[in-house]
Design a protein. Sequence first.
Length: 304
Amino acid sequence: NRYHRENNFLMESPQGLPDRPIAQPSDHTIKVTSPASVSTDGSTSKTVDLRKRIGLYLLWFGIVYAIFFSLISLTNGVKINLITLEEVLGIPGPFLAVIPMWFLHTTILGDHAQSFWHMMIFFCVVILMAQGGGIHLAANSVARDLVEGAPGFDVAYFWDEEYSHVEFYGAFMIFWVVLLYGHTRFPLQPHELRASPCLGCIRLKPQAAWNANWIVPTVVGSLLYHFFFWVGTIEGQFAVVGFPYSVLVTIFVIVQAVLDRNWLSQPTYLFVLVGNSILAIMYIIWLAWHGSFLELSDPEVGWL
């Protein structure tokens, strides 16, 4: 068929035709080569830095999470007829978050992102995120006009402050665990060649360089996401799960970095290590300060 004929043409060099030139990697970017745009001297038409691209996706994700899943809670008292500004801004949150999440999923896992189980896990994460956020907004809109102890208050409180948080924060925990697993199984190695139907071939240059192009957006995105994840889990009474999660993830990344120093040259690992180590420290400080994971809105704290 046509697919096999085209691939055989790319893989084999018939007599009389020059061999297909291969772009040679150098320094610390990624060569993206299209067969139709390769000249006989091996030059390419486009160069892409994959680490910078992943770093920008991480920054995008951190900004969306901070604004549409955390900062909007500060507007809870601002009403627009029957709903609050928090509920209005919270509706587009999952739609905006799923875009960088999908880009991270496909960029980090590469061709493996299209496997059945990876796709099913990603879809489940998105469903949990959207459903958890939706339940929270709906139950919160009911509970805010009820007095504690009134009929219906306990049910609304359960769905708002307990069940919805398990789905919502659990979804993001699963998402990052899956990306870490994928990075462990399929890391971005020097001279890696990954076939792509739209880009032709991708080569990662051998130098795992540390530069601001990907470190700055990665670290900023990590600080935004993990700080507001801490705020949400403290206020949402989910720190009892978030604390051991952050400790275990931090230990895992440190162990892997000791075994393979190239780990820290990849944005996902740096994102997770910086964020979760700070997250664990913040949990420890809060626990030592108050003796328990008190909510920010608790009368003894009075921050919200």
